[in-house]
Write a protein that binds this ligand. Sequence first.
Ligand SMILES: [Zn+2]
Ligand SMILES: [Zn+2]
Length: 307
Amino acid sequence: MGSIRVVASWLVWPGLLLAFLWAFGETQCRGLNPGLSLLALTVAHLGVIAVLEVLMPARRDWDWRKDGQVLNDLVHGALLDVGARLGGAALTAAIAVAAAQLTASAPLVIWPSAWPLWAQVALAVIIFDFVDYWKHRAYHAFGWAWPIHALHHNPDRMHVFKAGRLHFLEAAVRALITSAPLVIMGAPPAVLFWVAALANGIGDQNHWNLAARVPRVLDALIATPNAHWLHHARDLSARAANFSTFTMVFDHLFGTFRRQPADRVLDVGIEFDPIPRNLIGQIATPLAWPWLSARKRRAATYETARS
Ligand SMILES: [Zn+2]
Ligand SMILES: [Zn+2]
């Protein structure tokens, strides 16, 4: 039994990721709707991971079955689609306005459409990574931007349902800013869907609670679970690291790559957490941040005075 566990722990990360991407490729070879295919495969992928987390968790205290926030995580995950549509519509409108002012046709159509699909996807991944790296770093660097991203960091555990725990405004900003260079350059929908498939596959996995073994060398090359768990560390100095979505190229270039300690996984969460437990409060968080922060500080002062 022990050896089966060891083999499973080595196979689960590459096996699931490759199976997810292969399945998406199959749907596209058969001419199925890419958006619906990706949605169905993502739900199936999350379901398989949720079951595996029960069988081989990385940390028992991260068990999703004992987390009162799972329902909220699922609603936030469902709202991401609304956010992405809002951001996409805003991007389309912005391009139309810019094109009208320049009296040029949009998009620019400088995308190398003659390249093989894999090469176009690789180029798109690097461009996406660069923009997303700085957008993500800005969320952590600027107090006015943090309230949009804080919901993703406030859980004290990692598990499969945390992958979609993002405020819907984050999805809107991502669709507006991170996709902008690709859309403006005229990247075809097939490339954008492959980038989305990679983002879903990797994103689902790097928030999971699975005792998966990944060669440590890969932590330095791509956004593995180990690398991303560290980004969620409660320790602020550890958290200012590993911002990348796909590759660690820009974390290395801009000096923010860090390694998780080899012998343990650091606790996750945030120290100053004014975010309410209820769904409506969480949705209102970016707007209500000053008021929520003041309330949290008053409560902390009261606690200190009592003790
Ligand atoms: Zn972050
Ligand atoms: Zn994350």
